[in-house]
Design a protein around this ligand. Structure first.
Ligand code: BJW
Ligand code: ZN
Length: 285
């Protein structure tokens, strides 16, 4: 049975040298961004296989772009919540070394909303101290776009335009209301701006069947970590779902922070049930 003993957890944290955080959609729930699964989840409303596959994009670019435009617009007005800030403070050496001396920390997030990075930048400015930790956004970033050309074009950029192109303007309200009827013509969808390219852009997010970003590095970190904090993820999607198990395989400890007992909770050493926006602070101090 996993323990909920905060004193014992702090003792383990204090002696950990290689700390991993693996976060998921639950981390951003208090920011008003819906999770994927469960009640109110995105995938309850929209079918993942219709939207998060390259084949879906090839079959119906209008439908997939309408969804990502809706999501871009949804995320635009959102801000980091207390859970993001607690994790960001842990990335500041002056704070973390007082809790876990001589430790390293890497935050691997499955979230594409960039809120972890925003919280870290704001924390660095507020404390006037730079972080010594990295955030790995393994499923990409919703505001980044890449060219779909299979040839020479390697266009990749962050695009914060709202809407990303005039053709998608207003479709987000219809999608939010469940109305998918509008079809945006190919020529009116986001196109690569490189002269002579003429191919379509796609969001630089990781769809099913695609290789997560920096996966070799992630697996190496998991094979070495002595503590992994798993925050707000159902741990259903591979390969992220394997990270906790990999840490345990070589004797590392796993602490799960989730609003409910999910799949991976049983194998955890520590289980802290509750909203992470309050629980992380209570446990980490
Ligand atoms: C709170 C809270 C609060 C709520 N406080 N907690 C069969 C066919 C085809 C593929 C596969 C297959 N079987 C397996 C696969 C592989 C596939 C996969 O795992 N599929 C499963 C569905 C079975 N995986 C892949 O294809 C991945 N690639 C891959 O495996 O490549 C091969 C490879 C591996 C290793 C090395 C080299 C190569 C790619 C996965 C891409 C995932 N993409 C998405 C969408 C991103 C945007 C987009 O593209 O549309 O990423 S799916 C979606 O799920 C999103 C998330 O990042 C990801 C994980 O979800 P997450 O974060 O766990 O959210 P939820 O909603 O599931 O859970 C929220 C949790 O929070 C819950 O536990 C709540 O209780 C909790 N919570 N509020 C604390 N306030
Ligand atoms: Zn291009």
């Amino acid at each position: 049975m996993p323990s909920a003993d905060i004193t014992e957890f702090r003792r383990v944290l204090a002696s950990s040298k290689k700390i991993l955080v693996l976060s998921g959609a639950g981390l951003s729930a208090a920011s008003g961004i819906p999770t994927f699964r469960g009640e109110g989840g995105q995938w309850g409303k929209y079918n993942a296989s219709d939207l998060a596959h390259r084949s879906a994009f090839e079959e119906d670019q209008s439908r997939v772009w309408k969804f990502f435009h809706y999501w871009r617009e949804l995320i635009r007005g959102k801000h980091p919540n207390e859970a993001h800030y607690v994790l960001a403070r842990l990335a500041i050496p002056g704070i973390r070394h007082a809790i876990a001396p001589d430790s390293k920390l890497t935050h691997i997030t499955q979230n594409i909303d960039m809120l972890c990075t925003r919280a870290l930048t704001e924390t660095e400015s507020a404390l006037m101290q730079l972080s010594d930790s990295e955030i790995i956004e393994m499923h990409g970033r919703i505001l980044d776009v890449i060219c779909t050309s299979n040839h020479d074009c390697d266009y990749h950029a962050t695009n914060v335009d709202s809407p990303i192109c005039p053709g998608l303007a207003g479709t987000e309200t219809k999608v939010a209301a469940g109305d998918w009827t509008a079809v945006v013509k190919r020529k009116d969808l986001p196109m690569c701006p490189r002269l002579g390219c003429g191919q379509m852009l796609r969001p630089d997010v990781v769809w099913f069947g695609e290789r997560p970003k920096r996966i070799e590095e992630i697996l190496e970190l998991a094979s070495e970590a002595d503590l992994c904090l798993v925050v707000g993820t159902s741990a259903i999607v591979q390969p992220a779902s394997r990270i906790g198990g990999m840490v345990k395989e070589h004797g590392g400890k796993v602490a799960v922070f989730d609003i409910e007992k999910s799949n991976h909770a049983e194998e955890a050493d520590f289980l802290f049930l509750g909203p992470c926006e309050t629980k992380l602070k209570e446990v980490l101090g």
